[in-house]
Design a protein around this ligand. Structure first.
Ligand code: SF4
Length: 330
């Protein structure tokens, strides 16, 4: 593999083929940081409707640092993994206290919620620092280019891929190079069906030559997801909708509002099925049915909330999806 040829082909392809995403074309570390944190564990298509709205509401670090938590969580509501939003605010407060966004890798990496990948992405894209990123997309491309059959979950293979990413990085244009490699993994070197015929690196790819691309990278995999069925109730009363706020001490989604499970309401009259949807949290896949229900009194721990207040509340993603089936403004 000749790194210079690969860099040249990859960057030329990136200039021609990159998707026009709203966080591209900026070197503002704040905007890049927000996009990278939103994209952790979340697909691009799911992030798009949130990104501009979030920035309109919190246009800079100071606005994010001083936002009331319910407002912050409401803006994040639907993206999931809410510790990301809380860490963003903790980091924003540190940035304000230190007088500006850190400009070196180690200080960026030290911010709450910023791991090696995110720090390298911010350092290279915003500040042009020669830091190579290694996310799932990049690991797949690199394992295939080298026809590496090692398990990408093993530390040794991970270190080998990090080393290849460093060796391949274009130190003069590290931000574009990192984004190009990630873009190739996201749009061409796809997990199940790589589109090798339209890949700018196909002449250099050992997996392509050996016809092994579809089997790479090798991964020992995760435990299979657990499937569960749940039933949520949409209960309307004279003073609004029945909701519960999760307590500060709860392990997940502390402070968020959610709908009652039908089983929590004793024996409610479930009058009509509104629909169903699927929802995943970590390794659990839920099949959730949503029911209209009637109830005279709010059970312990629940409150009636006026429908006009819903937009301002941090709702759990499952509650939001369920309320949309009930055609409520969330
Ligand atoms: S040739 Fe195929 S397997 Fe190799 S990097 Fe390109 S898309 Fe991936």
């Amino acid at each position: 593999m000749d790194p210079a040829t690969i860099r040249g082909k990859l960057l030329a392809w990136y200039r021609r083929s990159r998707r026009p995403l709203p966080w591209r074309g900026t070197r503002d570390p704040y905007r890049i940081w927000i996009s990278e944190v939103m994209l952790q564990q979340t697909r691009v298509a799911a992030v798009l409707p949130y990104y501009e709205r979030f920035l309109a509401r919190f246009p800079d670090v100071a606005a994010l640092a001083s936002a009331p938590e319910p407002e912050l969580l409401a803006a994040w509501s639907g993206l999931g993994y809410y510790s990301r939003a809380r860490n963003l605010q903790r980091a924003a407060r540190q940035i304000v206290a230190r007088g500006g966004f850190p400009r070196d890798y180690d200080s960026i990496r030290a911010l709450p919620g910023v791991g090696a990948y995110t720090a390298a992405a911010i350092a290279s894209i915003a500040f042009g620092l020669p830091r190579a990123v290694l996310d799932g997309n990049v690991a797949r491309v690199l394992a295939r280019l080298a026809n590496d059959h090692g398990d990408i979950r093993s530390g040794a293979v991970r270190r080998r891929l990090e080393e290849s990413a460093r060796a391949l990085l274009d130190a003069r244009r590290p931000g574009d190079f990192n984004q190009a490699l990630m873009e190739l993994g996201a749009t061409v070197c796809l997990p199940r069906a790589p589109r090798c015929e339209s890949c700018p690196l196909n002449a250099h790819c050992l997996a392509r030559q050996e016809n092994t691309a579809g089997r790479l990278p090798v991964s020992s995999g995760r435990a299979p997801a657990i499937r569960e069925e749940r039933a949520l109730a949409v209960v309307r009363g004279p003073r609004g909708l029945l909701l519960r706020q999760r307590g500060a001490g709860e392990a997940r989604l502390a402070g968020f509002w959610e709908l009652p499970e039908a089983s929590e309401l004793g024996n409610p009259a479930l009058t009509r099925k509104l629909g169903e949807f699927r929802h995943s949290i970590v390794n659990r896949n839920y099949a959730i049915s949503v029911w209209e229900a009637t109830l005279r009194r709010a059970p312990r721990g629940f409150r009636w909330v006026a429908e006009r207040e819903l937009e301002r509340l941090p709702l759990s993603t499952a509650a939001r999806k369920a309320l949309r089936l009930a055609i409520l403004p969330v």
